[in-house]
Each structure stands twice: as C-alpha cells, then as structure tokens.
Ligand binder design. Structure first.
Ligand code: GDP
Length: 452
C-alpha cells in the first residue's frame, strides 16, 4: 500500500525535525514542505494540502511559544490534528439500527468495486447479527445481477433482481418492499455505474434515490483514481446526498491520498476501506488510528481489537504478557515468524503494528518475504538457547555471528541483516512495555494513552 510510503515520508520529516538542535522557522518550514510534498505525491488535492500547511503555521507560532514548551510535540500534534481534520468531516455517518429497516444505497463509477463492496458491507453486518438483503438495481451492465447473486449466495444473504426488467427504479422499489415485508433490517441497493460520468447515470441515480428514500447513500471510490477523486466525489454529491464514503482497493498500488480528497468533496466520512477481493477483506475505518498509523505512531486500538478478535482466547494472556514485558527476544521473533508462515491469525494482528507486516511482508511480495523469513529461521536454528532467550543485542558478538553463519550455511552479511531486522522489531515491540491488558470496550482509552 503506497500510503505506507506516505506515512514513512511524514514520519521521516518529523524525525528530521526532531533531530535538529533548535527548532526555528527554517526547520519548521523544511518539515512542512517535506510533508506537503509527500501528500501531493500521494494524490491529495493541492488546495487541501495548502490549507493544511497554512493552518499548521497559524497554530504553531514559534515566537509565541513560551520557553520550556516542547515545540516538537506541539508541531507533531498540530500535524496529527490537521490530518485528522482532513479526514473527519465533523459529522458522523448514519449507522443502521438492528431490528429497524434501513435502506442503504451504493453509488460509484463502474469498476470502482461497488458490487463487491455491497456484499462485503452486508456480510460485515450479518456477522454482527443484522439481517441484511441485497437488491440489484443495476440494469445497465450485463452480468451485474449474476455477480451480485453469486456473491450473495456465497455469503447466504437474500437478494433481489431481474434479468428481464430494465427499469432500475422499479426493481429497487420492489426489492426494498419485498425485504421490508421479510423484516430485513438492512436493505442494500446496488445501482448502475457507468464508465463515464454520463448525465444519464446521475439522473437514474437521483430517481432511484427518490423512489427508495435511502437512509444512507454510500459513495464507493477506487483508491487508485488519484487526483480525480475530488471532482468525481463532488459530481456524485451534487446529484444525491452522499452520507459516507468507502474507499476500495487500498491493498493495491494506489496512492490512497485520494481518500482524503473524497472526504473533503463529499463532506462525509470514510466508513470502511476495501483491502482485497475477498468478502472479509474489509476494514472499519477510524480516523485517529489511521492517522496514527500514517505518522508511524502505530494503530494501538486496532491492534488490541485484533488481538481480541483473532487470537484464540487461551493464547491471549500469554501474548499480552510478553508484550507488556517489552522484552523482545529472538525466540519471540522465531515464534512470530512461525505464525506468519502459517498465515495464522497472529500475522493479521501484527499487520497492525507499524513496521511489522508492511515492511517485513509487503503485500504482493509474499513469496519473497516468506523466503526471507525462512532464511532467518534457518539461521536462528543455529543459535544457542542463551542467544535465543536474550534480549541483549550485545550478546551476539562477531564470533557468534561467524558461528551462526557457518552453522546455517549462510553468509555473515545475511546473519547481520537478520539481526538488524531483529533490532528493528525489538524497538517496535518495546513500545508495548507496561501495556495494561484491557478488556473489550476499553480500547479507545488505551489508544489515547499510547498515542499521548
Ligand atoms: P463495480 O463495477 O463498481 O460494481 O465493481 P466490481 O464490484 O465488479 O469490482 C471491480 C473489480 O474490483 C473486481 O474484480 C473486484 O474483485 C475488484 N475489487 C473490488 N474491491 C476490491 C478491493 O478492495 N481490493 C481489490 N484488490 N480488488 C477489489
């Protein structure tokens, strides 16, 4: 995900600023210019970036800062707040209520991932106890109904559509009525998407919206559309009242910054992101953890949620205990590598930590990463228990490195590379030191503490 690069550039800019002995106007400007460049390269609209820069400069008045204030922290916080502001339109999106029928209409250009996302959205709520249903009001694209039907059948979600009827309004109304009678509490209407932003598409969309009176209109946007995001999102908003955005294909090579622009254009929040073609490759989008992750601060709340969600109950205490001790030994690294190779749930957990999955196992390069991990494990097989259980990197001196290389049939350079990786991961792991084991529902408090 190219957003990871944006995060990397921003944290590097902040780090460089932190390394400066004195933070003056020049240092601040350099840091802001770096961040501006990174945002523009990630396809965030120029005006937004410029406004952000102006706002930060307004907030951070170096002359006014009383002596003794931690200027770096103030600047970092200002950048964090501005990025959050860009992504948070200030009004929450409508959320469906269990047991009360809600109609949610999906709009977007053809190919944006609309139909796939409808099912992902339905599936997400179904898992949480809702009774969703899908209506295919896309009569323009041949095969749209079949696609929806196939997805819906796989997820065991009731669906409605027609091969014969060409009036999308009629199908939408009939579908909504049918499912209301069946006591479905989340009725999702998929509409047509065309290649071009034809007037007919917008008119049809407006009519379907008028006929079905949706509680929420979701604009689905492909994250790879880049700078076009702002105009496209605005065009949709002018025809129907968009209440939320879902950004798809965040797993690909998209720059992702378009998401920020779409929020500005629709003044609606991003509620989910699509991270793959499969039904469950779909994540709730939360602004603060997202920006934390972007700034290399780690998504602690997401991390804890994931632990509760995917790590078997009996393994949770042990993992959390190890985390709270903050001591990352080579043995822990070995165990985590075993988990990653098994593609067990823990690998999903670690993708929440900055530096773990994104750098160790970038998406799309899984094969190379697996080979690398296996190589590291072979080298660790040649280590003694003392070496594996120590969290003191100084223990591994030159002669030990030579012995490990000989024993595993690898080059000294490779063993050193493995230790560098270990040190990098140990640094991340150490941030979890003192971690209190939270119960469910206490995540946001934890997130605040960790980010403070
Ligand atoms: P529609 O024309 O807007 O309804 O788009 P579709 O739902 O047919 O999706 C177009 C293509 O994008 C399909 O091949 C989907 O599998 C793919 N797709 C949708 N969402 C995602 C996503 O989040 N990640 C990836 N990698 N592919 C996606």
């Amino acid at each position: 995900m190219v957003l990871a690069q944006l995060g990397g550039s921003i944290s590097r800019a902040l780090q460089q600023m932190s390394n400066a002995t004195v933070i003056d106007e020049k240092v601040l400007n350099e840091c802001l210019n770096e961040i501006t460049r990174a945002l523009l390269q990630s396809d965030v609209q120029f005006k937004l970036v410029r406004d952000m820069q102006t706002n930060i400069k307004k907030i951070v008045n170096l002359d006014d800062l009383a002596a003794g204030h931690n200027k770096r922290k103030i600047i970092q916080q200002a950048i964090f707040n501005e990025l959050c502001k860009m992504l948070d339109p200030g009004k929450p999106s409508f959320t469906p209520k269990k047991g009360k029928p809600s109609v949610v209409m999906f709009v977007g250009l053809q190919g944006s991932g609309k139909t796939t996302t409808c099912t992902k959205y339905a599936y997400y709520y179904q898992k949480k106890g809702w009774k969703p249903a899908l209506v295919c009001a896309d009569t323009f694209r041949a095969g749209a109904f079949d696609q929806l039907k196939q997805n819906a059948t796989k997820a065991k979600i009731p669906f409605y559509g027609s091969y014969m009827e060409s009036d999308p309004m009629k199908i939408a109304v009939e579908g909504v009525e049918t499912f209301k009678k069946e006591n479905c509490d989340l009725i999702i209407v998929d509409t047509s998407g065309r290649h071009k932003q034809e007037a007919a598409l917008f008119e049809e969309m407006r009519q379907v919206s008028e006929a079905t009176k949706p509680d929420l209109v979701i604009f689905v946007m492909d994250s790879s559309i880049g700078q076009a995001a702002f105009d496209q999102a605005q065009a949709f908003r002018q025809s129907v009242s968009v209440g939320a955005v879902i950004v798809t294909k965040m797993d690909g090579h998209a720059k992702g910054g378009g998401a920020l622009s779409a929020v500005a254009a629709t003044r609606s929040p991003v509620i989910f992101i699509g991270t793959g073609e499969h039904m469950d490759e779909f994540e709730v989008f939360d602004v603060k953890p997202f920006v934390s992750r972007l700034l290399g601060m780690g998504d602690w709340s997401g991390f804890m949620d994931k632990i509760h969600e995917v790590v078997p109950m009996d393994q949770q205490p042990e993992l959390l205990q190890k985390l709270s001790e903050g001591n990352f030994t080579l043995r822990i690294m070995y165990e985590q590598f075993q988990n990653i190779l098994k593609m067990g749930p823990i690998s999903q957990v670690f993708s929440m930590l900055p530096g773990f999955s994104a750098e160790l196992m970038p998406k799309g390069r899984e094969k190379e990463s697996q080979a690398k991990i296996k190589r590291y494990m072979t080298m660790m097989d040649s280590m003694t228990n003392e070496e594996l259980d120590s969290s003191n990197p100084k223990l591994i001196n030159e002669s030990r490195i030579m012995r490990i290389a000989r024993g595993s049939g690898r080059q000294i350079k490779e063993v050193m590379e493995m230790f560098e990786e270990y040190k990098r991961l140990a640094k991340i792991w150490s941030k979890m030191k003192g971690l209190k084991i939270p119960k469910k529902g206490e995540m946001s408090a934890l997130s605040r503490n960790m980010n403070a």
